[in-house]
Design a protein around this ligand. Structure first.
Ligand SMILES: [Zn+2]
Length: 262
């Protein structure tokens, strides 16, 4: 585990199938994490091409511009195939190799099924979970470019909007992105080949509505929704509830005369 002190080591590694997915799902949080001083990397499983209006060249430029706008220092393309992205051993090896190289504390995986959009999204979710498991395996270093085993401590889901199953994600939480919503919108706008001005205004409306809704639930102007694969463990109920600074009004303890009941 000597590599754990490597300068390449990331605090947060976020992964999704296509350049633009992470910007839409959690671009505000990624920009915020960078501003908070964390080391963040964006990992695109595919180039996102072909698409009706894009090209490899333009998509690459747009992804780089979006990275710059968010302030994320690292963007890696895992170079798996777009449109036919499938969970399977080779895709798992390819992503697990990145996990073993960058040894992140947290992996954010774009998650959920999107039957009205690309099937790559669901496959990326499966690949992300499997790669996290594979990353720790011993006696298989040759399958991971000679890197040494690494156990990713934490997995976080960034659910796709319109996730079809409306599943009851465990342990949902919302990150306040009120200060980075504009950077997020600008990063999505960088993908001009995907969003001409008519499409962009619909996408911006969708993002502001969804992030406005999730934020409002927690007392923020804008928020991004995440989930964990497990319940949150709480050694102390009070500190857990009070821990989400700013999202809860201070508890008012009524005087004895004003107790609503009994
Ligand atoms: Zn996508």
């Amino acid at each position: 585990m000597a590599d754990d002190s490597s300068p390449d080591r990331l605090d947060v590694l976020a992964v999704a199938p296509h350049p633009d997915d992470l910007e839409i799902l959690c671009g505000g949080t990624l920009a915020k994490l960078v501003r908070q001083g964390y080391k963040v990397g964006i990992f695109d499983l595919t180039s996102g091409e072909p698409t009706p209006r894009g090209s490899l060249e333009t998509r690459k430029k747009e992804a780089e511009e979006a990275r710059r706008i968010l302030g994320v220092p690292l963007r890696v393309n895992v170079e798996l195939p777009n449109r036919v992205l499938m969970d399977g051993p080779d895709a798992r090896f390819a992503l697990a190799t990145q996990f073993r190289k960058y040894r992140p504390n947290i992996v954010i995986v774009a998650a959920g099924r999107t039957p009205a959009a690309s099937p790559d999204h669901h496959q990326g979710h499966l690949i992300g979970e499997a790669a996290r498991f594979y990353s720790q395996l011993t006696k298989w270093d040759e399958r991971f470019d000679g890197t040494s085993p690494y156990r990713v401590p934490h997995l976080v889901y960034a659910p796709f909007p319109f996730e079809s199953e409306q599943r009851h994600w465990h342990s949902q939480f919302v990150v306040d992105i009120s200060d980075t919503i504009d950077a997020k919108i600008a990063a999505v706008r960088a993908y001009e080949s995907q969003f001409d001005s008519a499409r962009f205004s619909r996408v911006e409306h969708m993002i502001r509505s969804a992030n406005g809704f999730h934020g409002a639930r927690c007392g923020y102007m804008y928020g991004e929704l995440f989930a964990l694969p497990t319940p949150v463990g709480a050694p102390d109920l009070v500190s857990l509830v009070n821990g989400s600074k700013g999202s809860l009004a201070p508890v008012q303890i009524p005087g004895k005369d004003h107790l609503p009941m009994g």
